[in-house]
Design a protein around this ligand. Structure first.
Ligand code: ADP
Length: 487
């Protein structure tokens, strides 16, 4: 017994239990409880001021009710311990006042967990809670009157009050069982705390039912329960808030990342547009001199020189097409591109040059071009056809078939280019209209292009108030259709 734990012997425990049963011990218990509840109210209220969440409001109200109950009881016990008081520790009135306040406090707290069940019907919920509060107050008052007039024994009165409290606490279990509370983890830990609280009134009721009164030893054993429950509640609320704070800082972090990425993408866009502008002038003059060279204006070329010159010329045309694409998309995105509207026959946008190129690659081309007069920017719409056709040629191999069709219905007209080429994986379909998006890896791809063709198609069609869609099966082919409203 040299452990320094001698005070834990049975006599000390009895002495402590006896002390806690005296008015002074009761006052100590209430004062400590009161301080803790005040701390919880403060924590929840600070959180409520930051986030304005309704469940915090109800929780704060619930804990405040518990605080108020202990504050009132502490004040009464204080006068009992330190001076003359109209109440004594064992007076029936004090007992019922204490129990009424406790029931009301518990009901307020449980309401914090009930309100999500009522969702938007807040007014109805508040009315119901108010009705319950008044109802329970009246029931307690009625019980008090009955006990005072000797119509009901104090033992039965106590047991009835205990069963009301147990019922109120059990309400929250009903709610959690239905999974109505949004933050289940938090609600579960609060329920554990409620369960500990519930153990007191529940065992009192059982004791009454079995032996006709509440066993005194049971009362002694119940002393620590509200304390344990209190610690559990404090812990749950604290962890919930720390959790929220963690989430909040993560949210802030990702917001910052998005802002940084936006800025970076803006810088990239600006860089591309500046570089394209700067490249356009030298490319134009290079092409001019190349065509003069090819025509033999600076001296006759040998056959091999002519072939080499053609390759250089074709490549510079490709380069200037790319630069033009970049500038077009930039212009469209900044809203600076204006459509030059005219009325023309729809099949005029089908450029035969590309039909020829397809045939040269060994592809079969089928045309279903219905004549109809449409209104739009003919050159830009021709660009739509060219870009779709270019892709159909690029992504089909020899022996494949390309079907071009156009026509009109009452409200809109359409142009569609269908191929029997490689097709597009379903996961890529939503992204292929994005700028620079390509299904194949840029480093391993065989086809030319930088992923702007479809982005341009989409922009032009949308400028006409229309939309573009794609249907594709991997290995079977793809169909792109542009729909444009007539008005
Ligand atoms: P680019 O053709 O310059 O790469 P696009 O914007 O025209 O850019 O097309 C984006 C991507 O969509 C292509 O890289 C390709 O992966 C896919 N794609 C477009 N059209 C077809 C098609 N007809 N068949 C298969 N894949 C296609």
């Amino acid at each position: 017994m040299a452990l320094g734990l001698e005070f834990l012997d049975i006599t000390s425990f009895r002495r402590l239990a006896f002390f806690l049963g005296t008015p002074a011990g009761e006052l100590l218990k209430r004062a400590v409880e009161m301080a803790f509840y005040l701390l919880i109210v403060y924590m929840i209220f600070t959180e409520y001021r930051q986030r304005q969440r309704r469940d915090y409001k109800y929780l704060a109200a619930g804990f405040f009710a518990l605080f108020a109950r202990n504050a009132i009881l502490s004040a009464i016990l204080f006068t009992d311990v330190f001076g003359p008081s109209p109440f004594t520790r064992f007076s029936v009135a004090l007992f019922f006042l204490d129990q009424t306040l406790e029931t009301i406090a518990l009901l307020s707290l449980v309401s914090a967990f009930l309100f999500p069940v009522f969702k938007e019907r807040t007014m109805r919920f508040q009315g119901l809670v108010a009705l319950w509060l008044v109802g329970l107050g009246l029931v307690h008052l009625g019980l008090y009157t009955l006990v005072r007039n000797g119509l009901v024994t104090l033992n039965l009165g106590e047991a009835l009050v205990d069963s009301i409290q147990a019922g109120v606490l059990l309400l929250s279990f009903f709610v959690i069982r239905k999974g109505a509370y949004p933050n289940l983890k938090f609600a579960r830990s609060v329920l554990v705390a409620f369960a500990v609280y519930l153990a007191g009134p529940l065992s009192n009721v059982i004791s009454y039912l079995v032996i006709g009164h509440v066993d005194l030893r049971l009362r002694v054993l119940e002393h620590p329960l509200p304390f344990i429950s209190l610690f559990l509640l404090l812990r749950a609320v604290y962890l919930n808030m720390v959790d929220k704070a963690g989430l909040y800082s993560k949210l802030k972090e990702s917001e910052e990342t998005i802002a940084r990425e936006k800025e970076l993408s803006q810088m990239k866009d600006n860089f591309i547009s500046i570089v394209s502008h700067e490249l356009r002038t030298p490319i134009t003059s290079m092409k001019l001199y190349l065509s003069l060279l090819r025509e033999g204006r600076f001296g006759k070329l040998s056959i091999r020189q002519g072939k080499a010159m053609k390759t250089v010329y074709d490549e510079s045309t490709r380069l200037s097409d790319l630069i033009n694409d970049l500038l077009t998309i930039k212009k469209m995105e900044s809203g600076k591109l204006e459509l030059e509207m005219s009325t023309f026959d729809l099949p005029e946008i089908i450029d035969d040059l590309y039909v020829r190129i397809a045939k040269e690659k060994g592809l079969k081309v089928v045309k279903h071009a219905n004549h109809c007069l449409v209104k739009g920017d003919k050159n830009r719409l021709k660009q739509v056809f060219i870009n779709l056709m270019n892709n159909a040629i690029k992504f089909s191999s020899k022996g494949g078939k390309i079907t071009i069709s156009c026509g009109s219905s009452k409200a809109e007209w359409w142009l569609s280019v269908s191929d029997t080429g490689v097709g597009i994986p379903p996961a890529d379909l939503p992204k292929i209209f994005d700028k620079f998006y390509q299904v194949e890896d840029a480093l391993t791809r065989k086809n030319q292009g930088i992923g702007l063709g479809l982005a341009i198609v989409k922009q032009i069609v949308e400028l006409h108030g229309g939309s573009v869609d794609v249907k594709s099966k991997l290995g079977k082919g793809s169909t792109f259709t542009a729909w444009i409203p007539k008005t």
